[in-house]
Ligand binder design. Structure first.
Ligand SMILES: O=C(O)CCC(=O)C(=O)O
Ligand SMILES: [Fe+2]
Length: 352
């Protein structure tokens, strides 16, 4: 009797233990990371197939001690550590001036193109210009993994906006923004716009780009890059496109006398209806002849050209859910033939 009751209780103990282990993993394995780090195991190498469980280095840049940025994500497929990808952390609060009041208009799906009116507030535009002012330098391009200048392809100045270093350039005295929150809150805005899954990160630094007459421009290109990368989502054919899942092209400023500088997508059909003419050029509607968008050879362009309206943004997806590219997103920043335009690039990546 005594021996049978002790053997029953042993098997119960084993069963309960098994249930507990299964329940622990079903609950998302809380506290696994600190536990593993205590026993000296890197969680990312333990769980390299899980994007959300990748190792991260917390960066605390807020004056209030909020821990809001997660850097140092491990690429789940190549294992390489990327130190330029960012996701919002729990402590980040973006309200008031750091919130947003944007309106969205879906221009088309597949590829998804959304026009965002009021992505930036006026105070944010002013702050971005103040932050950029000391750092303008010629923009580079990458070919065959080397970075170089080629003003025939890209003729602009750019300034990096460093999220991990609170701004040293003071904002104008009347500007109400909290400097340390500007870039995290913009990145957060771009991140929450896109939802999940898949997990996304925002490329850092963000860059402002200044285009000056008579020939500031960025010739036709895609924002995704080199073939050769394998996303390799389980159960799907591995695609071979690297990089930037989506783009926000944000217009920060446009001089009063700006001519040119629209963002042209020659492979996208113009939206139907005059309503859109407030945001895109429509031959003859709301434009004078000198406003007809032209490429650097002076030829009228095809497709859709967005007007560079300060504060507004165009969002589009470069990559499909399966990781293959949308070749319809071929685009250019048309030449600025008079005045000056400043844009902001916000790119999102698959890796989370
Ligand atoms: O300035 C523009 O209108 C487009 C710029 C662009 O495509 C880029 O910076 O990747
Ligand atoms: Fe681009």
């Amino acid at each position: 009797m005594a021996s049978s009751s002790s053997s029953v209780s042993l098997s119960s103990v084993i069963q309960y233990t098994l249930f507990a282990v299964v329940a622990y993993f079903l609950a998302g394995a809380p506290y696994l990371a600190p536990l593993l780090s205590v026993i000296g195991v890197d969680e990312a190498s333990f769980s390299s197939s899980s994007l959300s469980a990748s190792s991260s280095e917390d960066v605390n840049t807020s004056n209030q001690g909020h821990q809001y940025a997660h850097y140092g994500r491990q690429d789940a497929h190549t294992g390489a550590k990327r130190d330029n990808l960012w996701q919002p952390g729990e402590g980040l609060v973006c309200e008031g001036e750091h919130g947003h009041g944007y309106k969205t208009y879906v221009l088309r799906r597949d590829p998804l193109v959304v026009y965002v009116e009021g992505f930036l507030s006026e105070a944010e535009r002013e702050a971005l210009l103040a932050l950029s002012a000391p750092n303008w330098a010629p923009s580079t391009i990458w070919t065959a993994q080397t970075e170089h200048l080629d003003p025939k392809i890209r003729n602009s100045l750019r300034a990096p906006l460093n999220l991990t270093q609170p701004p040293t350039t003071p904002f104008p005295p009347t500007n109400p923004l909290t400097p340390s929150l500007l870039l995290p809150c913009l990145s957060h805005r771009a991140h929450t716009f896109q939802g999940s899954p898949p997990p996304l990160s925002i490329e850092q630094p963000l860059w402002t780009q200044k285009y000056l007459a008579p020939s500031g421009h960025y010739t036709y290109h895609y924002d995704f890059s080199d073939p050769g990368y394998v996303r390799g989502t389980a159960g799907r054919q591995a695609p071979k496109i690297q990089g930037r899942k989506s783009t926000f092209m944000v217009y920060v400023s446009a001089s009063e006398d700006l001519q040119g500088g629209g963002t042209n997508f020659p492979r996208l059909e113009k939206p139907v209806g005059e309503w859109w003419c407030r945001f895109v050029y429509c031959d003859g509607v709301g434009d004078g002849e000198e406003e007809v968008p032209r490429d650097k050879e002076g030829q009228k362009v095809e497709g859709i050209t967005f007007r560079p309206i300060p504060g507004n943004a165009v969002f589009w997806e470069n990559l499909r859910e399966d990781g293959n590219a949308y070749y319809e997103t071929w685009h250019a920043g048309l030449p600025v033939t008079r005045g000056e335009k400043v844009g902001l690039n916000v790119w999102s990546w698959w890796e989370g």
